[in-house]
Write a protein that binds this ligand. Sequence first.
Ligand SMILES: [Zn+2]
Length: 108
Amino acid sequence: MRAAVLEGVEDVKVHDDVEIDKPGVGEVLVRVHSCGVCHSDLHFVDGSLPCATPAILGHEAGGIVEAVGSGVTGLAEGDKVILTLRRRAAAATTACAASTRSARSTRT
Ligand SMILES: [Zn+2]
């Protein structure tokens, strides 16, 4: 997969050989069809927001679920989804649950 990879502060390089792991527990793999780069991403690049690197930026995307990890409920291969920035620590919050419902509503 081709991707712009943030390797450190102000250090973004394009790689043509990025490999993506199969989804783990609680994860899904999404083939992204389109993605915005928002101001949060620019803060990750300039270092004003901490970000573990290497990282592929862009967190406002839409795509199709390609694979579902164990423990995932409510999503299946082929579902159309939207993505937004959520950290794992927020996974149990009400806002995250609402976000999940939003993703489900994009099914056709
Ligand atoms: Zn954003």
